[in-house]
Design a protein. Structure first.
Length: 364
């Protein structure tokens, strides 16, 4: 950890070490998935899959890693990178298609669920389609995992699922609840389900960093609101959190990574130093600040060195020492929000990260 200095928004600003900063703490060690297992990744051609696939192939050497997605062109592009690797398989399919999921899950041990309709304005203007993918798709996957004998399933979530103000967040909150309750639905000895939640993925397709970098050199940078803050995470950190969830989970936990925040103005300064800015207003369904844990979750939330864990109250799971392990209960009224975060990323640290990853920004 670096030293702290007083920063914008009245919070402490971290003077960080080289980014990406953290590795998972020592109690996260061990192999979350068995070697030579069969793994299926829904939405596998998206940003998360671009890092999860090569990292998991190297670390766990699975017998099969199945990319399950509906985009034929993205699968073709991905196959060019991994097509000679006999462990990587490609299934065209949609999580809305229950029968196809059942077929794809034959002999699968572990599932990572990354498929989602996730662009906030798209969800606002296509609400029924968002519900079909994010809620109905989750129900289909839970049923298929239980019936096909999958051992564990980890679903990806978002900060927008905490106290949601847009349709995407509302559907992901419902999805989170479904996966948590899926442990009761599966019964004793059935598939175990958990959720991981994190915020803005730095440099991913459609995110703010490649957008700012794509604008003409003399164009002003459109700023929704100068007060806006965002959590910042790299995809390798997200992959490591998923690995940890497989290792640590008993069933029903929601894992939240501790990550730094930045103001939108600092992100703009890091992307295009000296550029003029233009305030354009907040988009439909957008929050000023990202929230990953709300006050209503505080009674069931535990803190660890590198993450938080929300443990559901059903069946008194939130009091279960096997699930809590070495966690420390957070204080009453606790929330984890980007503007009150104690960990702040400096402009120079983000600028260094952009320079180091210039060739891949916007391409994953």
């Amino acid at each position: 950890m670096g030293a702290f200095a007083r920063g914008e928004c009245g919070a402490r600003r971290l003077i960080p070490p080289a980014f990406p900063a953290r590795t998972l703490e020592t109690d996260m060690t061990g192999d979350p998935m068995e070697k030579n297992a069969s793994i299926l990744l829904t939405g596998g051609t998206g940003s998360f899959g671009s890092h999860f696939v090569p990292m998991t192939l190297e670390k766990y050497d699975p017998a099969r890693l199945i990319i399950y997605s509906r985009d034929e062109m993205k699968q073709w592009e991905m196959a060019k990178k991994f097509g000679d690797d006999p462990r990587v398989r490609f299934f065209i399919g949609d999580v809305r298609d229950r029968d196809r999921l059942y077929r794809a899950l034959d002999g699968v041990d572990y599932v990572v669920h990354a498929a989602a309709t996730k662009i906030v304005p798209t969800a606002e203007y296509n609400p029924f389609e968002c519900v079909k993918t994010n809620i109905n798709g989750a129900m289909n996957l839970i049923d298929a995992c239980i019936d096909k004998g999958v051992k564990q399933c980890v679903a990806l979530s978002t900060d927008k699922a905490s106290s949601p103000v847009n349709l995407y967040g509302a559907t992901k909150l419902a999805s989170d609840k479904l996966f948590v309750s899926g442990n009761s639905y599966a019964g004793a000895g059935g598939c175990r389900f958990a959720v991981v939640r994190y915020g803005n993925v730095m440099g991913s397709r459609g995110s703010v960093i490649p957008f700012f970098k794509s604008l003409p050199e003399d164009a002003p940078l459109p700023i929704t609101d100068p007060r806006m803050t965002r959590f910042m995470i790299t995809l390798p950190q997200g992959v490591e959190l998923v690995w940890h969830a497989f290792e640590d989970m008993i069933g029903g936990e929601i894992y939240v990574k501790k990550i730094p925040s930045m103001t939108i103005m600092d992100i703009a300064r890091a992307c295009v130093p000296g550029a003029e800015t233009e305030v354009v207003g907040v988009r439909p369904g957008e929050k000023l600040h990202e929230q990953m844990i709300g006050e209503e979750d505080a009674p069931h939330t535990y803190e660890y060195d590198e993450h938080y864990k929300i443990i559901p109250a059903i069946h008194n799971w939130s009091k279960d020492p096997v699930r809590i392990k070495n966690g420390r209960k957070v204080p009453e009224g606790f929330s984890y929000v980007s503007d009150t975060n104690e960990d702040w990323m400096r402009v120079e640290a983000l600028r260094d990260w952009i320079d180091e990853n210039a060739d891949t920004i916007g391409h994953f």
